[in-house]
Every structure is written in C-alpha cells, then in structure tokens.
Design a protein around this ligand. Sequence first.
Ligand SMILES: *Cc1c(COP(=O)(O)O)cnc(C)c1O
Length: 462
Amino acid sequence: MSFQALHDEMNEQVANRLLFEQAQQAACAYLDGARDMDAFPSSESLALLGRLDEPMPTSPTQPTEILRLLNEVGSPNTVGQNSGRYFGFVNGGVTPVAVAAKWLADAWDQNAALYVMSPIAAKLEEICEKWIVELLGLPDGTAAGFVSGSSTAIICGLAAARNTLLARQGWDVAEHGLFGAPPIRIIVGEQAHSSVWKALSMLGLGKANAEIVPADEQGRIIPSAMPPLDSHTLVILQAGNVNGGAFDAIDEICDAANQAGAWVHIDGAFGLWAAACEATRHLVQGMAKADSWSADAHKTLNAPYDCGIVMCKDRAALTGAMQATGSYLQFSDNRDGMLYTPEMSRRARSIELWATLKFFGKDGVDQLVSHLCEVARYFAAQLTGHGFVVLNDVVFNQIVMRCDDASRTTTLLEKIQSSGKCWCGGATWGNQPVIRLSVSSWQTTTADIDECVALFVEVQHP
Ligand SMILES: *Cc1c(COP(=O)(O)O)cnc(C)c1O
C-alpha cells in the first residue's frame, strides 16, 4: 500500500467513525461491568496475553481488528480498579466525567509544553493551579507544575529546595553542578517513601548524606528526635505513610524549620488531600508553612492516571530549577507549562484534572475524602470484629492488618490475591508480614467491605 493510500484510508476512518464507535462501545461495556468484574485477572485471562506475542507486523493491520484484539485480550487483563474491591497500593478509581474529558482531550492531541502549542491546556493549567492552591489552603501565589506522578513531583520540589539552599551559600548549581558545592543538610524520616530516596539519589544529594530521624510505631517522625535545623537544611516530611497513612507532626516541625530558615518539602501523595476535607484537615495542620509540596490527583482525588502535582511557594525557585533554554522556544505572557516541569512535550493532563475538580467542587472533594476515610474505618472495625488484628491507627484511608501469626497472614494474602474477588498487597510492619488495604476509590461502599470481610473469613477458615 502506498503512503497516499494509507493517508486516504486514515481520513476515511475518521469520516466513517466506525472505529470510534467500536472503541466507545467497548469502553462503555467495560465501565458498565466494572462493579462486577474481578479485582485481578484469572489465570485463564492471563493466558490470553500470549496472543499478543507475534513479530512486528510488516504491513498495516485493519484498525477495527486492532481494537477487537485489544478489547478481547486487554479488557480481561486489567485490574478492577473501579470494582470497589481493589485495595492494592494507593490506586484511586476514576470518575466518568474525567474519562469522558480525557476522550475528548485525546482527540485534541495537545502538547502542553507552551501556550502557543495549546492555549486550552495552558488556560486549564492556570485554573487548576489557582483552584488547588485554594482547595489545599496554600499561600497565595504558590506555583504548581503538572507532572506524571509524585515520584517526579518530589524530584521537582527537592530540586527547587536544593538550588535555593545552595544559592543562599552563593553557589549556582545549574551553572556549576554539585562538584565542589558547599554542603547542605537533608533530614528525612525513617519511614519516608522510596520515591524520596530515589529523588535524593537522582539529584546528586546522596542517600548517605541524609540524617535519618527515627519514627514511632505508626511511622511518624518523632519530633523530639529531630536534629537542630539551620538555613542550609532541607527537611522532608510525609503527609500519609504509604502503609498506615500516618501524618508527621507537620505544624510543630514546620514551626521549628521556619524559625531556622530551613526548607520543608511535604510528600503528600495521597494525604495532602486531607487539607480539602473538614473532618481530616487537622492531620495536615500547619502545612501551608512548608516551602514545597507534592501530591497525586490520581490517588485520593480519583483523577485518571497519570496526574502528579508539584507545588512551590516560591514560584521562581521552581521555574529556576526546571529552567530550559532554546532559541526556538516561544514563551508568552500566558502560562507556559514546561517552565514548571522537567519535561518539554507533555500530555495535557490539566484537562482531566480540571474536569475532576469542576465536577466535585470543594464540597464534593470534602465528601470524597471523608467517604474514603469512613469506609476505611468501617473496614478496620469489621476486620477487628472478625478476629483479625489491625495494627495502625486508621486516621485516613489506609489499613495495616495481620492474622494471629505470620504464616497465617502470608497464606491469607496469597488466597485473597488468587481469589480475584478482592485484591490487596503485602508489606512488612515492625518486621512482620502484614496485609495493607487502601480505600482509594469512590466506588467502594460498606457493602463491598462486607463482601470482602466475608471473603477474608472464608479463606482463612475454609
Ligand atoms: C504513591 C506515593 C508516591 C509515589 O507516587 P507516584 O505517583 O506513584 O509516582 C510517593 N509518596 C507516597 C507517600 C505515595 O503514596
């Protein structure tokens, strides 16, 4: 087939819409069945994946055939993130309006690097920044960058911190790098998320240079164990421990940091949203006193993947750290998203984020967060009532549990995972194997919890 023929055929595919109707039908059927689907694919489903093993095709394939194959093999091999019975990692669900907005955005195929590449994406970034700063109660003028997830957002926040702390000592890290730079101190809690360690290693700060502060049994930094702070210090706090959901003593530590002139970054991948809910706001009290923050809209807020946000009180510190130059780049008086992120070309995730925020509104976000927390508390109470041991204080949406001995816990986890009806992951907590449950989807109801707890009981005492 000549390229001209291919070109004509693609235009015909746009005109006759069959392809898009097929995709819409498959997606709607998938969403219709989401509540009833398994939380993890069966072994029969997984065996279908082998159908994709083939050499790279030489000639074009019929698009309707491609979609048919993708639906037949792909749909059964997804995890049931919107089933209401998926509790793995901290994986949020997705709202219908965000999916629909994303479909439209996909058709637009926008590059969010610059205003001149996509006025709509730039405008929505500007609005999302303003709304999120207000929603989370951050200082006026706080800048936000829209990245893939918290792993990247943490790198951006810590880069802004590193550059500022070194600039205070007369060192331009962008120009001179870290060789020969004056030292900065890094204070990290013992239970910091692995992505914090990754960021420290990628930014040349080094894990061994961190002063590690011991944590209590919930995973919170012990405030009295904090070393003295100074204006060359970066303090990394956590709003929401990835296992138990515990929050560091943000208010107290920020006060000490502010007094010393230290920089505070808060990793609040899922927990930062506590600030948007009346019932949980106390958990992040004082967080506006920090200098930078990172969060995921694809977790607690139930926005589609991938949707991470870095926020920085000092706009110039963030844009300075993300700075790019190139004579062909055309900056405008409007928002140029790439100034706030490491990437240049970037998908326009502000579109779905905006749709999510506009759909929920402040009241809806408040209700969503309190719903997740209420369901988690109900889950914990039901588990305790059935003789399981809940190890953490369920202050947010996370539960850490075990059976009465370690081998039973491990067996229970294996049986639950292989049942497919419900899915949760494992971790270690105080050197023992535990099961971790994250209530992160708007779909999860107490009826789902009853079903899952019955499954826990049934697989433990068959
Ligand atoms: C999920 C998580 C991260 C990493 O976020 P990604 O979006 O997966 O990159 C970092 N910190 C905490 C506390 C998390 O829960």
